[in-house]
Write a protein that binds this ligand. Structure first.
Ligand SMILES: [Ca+2]
Ligand SMILES: [Ca+2]
Ligand SMILES: [Ca+2]
Length: 136
């Protein structure tokens, strides 16, 4: 009688452990991966497995800056709503020229914000040093 109880308890313990182990990765996967269902996700899906994982999403965002301002729109040469590296470069290049000429320039895009270290809305000559490095 007692052995039976112990065996049953052991059995239940095993079953619950197996279930827990089986469930874990599944839940994590669902959490981490999102299904590809928009245009940008289809393009961001670098390994074409139908899902955009964290790395792919990060890579995409690094290279495709969404156009938000009228200034950014001006540099969106292929008018796809994103600034590709080449387009972003043109924008930053022009900005750098303005800073060289006037000593500073207003921040008008999220991309430029990265260079505004003291967050005063202006990129000054000192802050533009990083901008210059990025353009090289
Ligand atoms: Ca993928
Ligand atoms: Ca573009
Ligand atoms: Ca600044």
């Amino acid at each position: 009688m007692r052995i039976k109880t112990i065996l049953l308890a052991a059995f239940l313990f095993c079953v619950s452990t197996v279930l827990a182990l089986a469930q874990h990765p599944t839940r994590a996967q669902i959490h981490e991966r999102s299904k590809v269902d928009t245009k940008w996700e289809a393009k961001a899906d670098a390994n074409h497995d139908g899902r955009v994982d964290k790395v792919e999403a990060h890579q995409w965002k690094r290279h495709h800056n969404k156009v938000n301002t009228s200034v950014e729109k001006k540099y969106d040469a292929n008018a796809n709503g994103y600034l590709e590296p080449q387009e972003a470069r043109e924008m930053l290049k022009d900005k750098y020229t303005v800073i060289k000429t006037h000593g500073n320039a207003k921040v008008d895009s999220a991309l430029e914000q990265e260079y505004d270290k003291n967050h005063d809305g202006v990129i000054d000559a000192k802050e533009a040093e990083d901008l210059q490095k990025a353009l090289q």
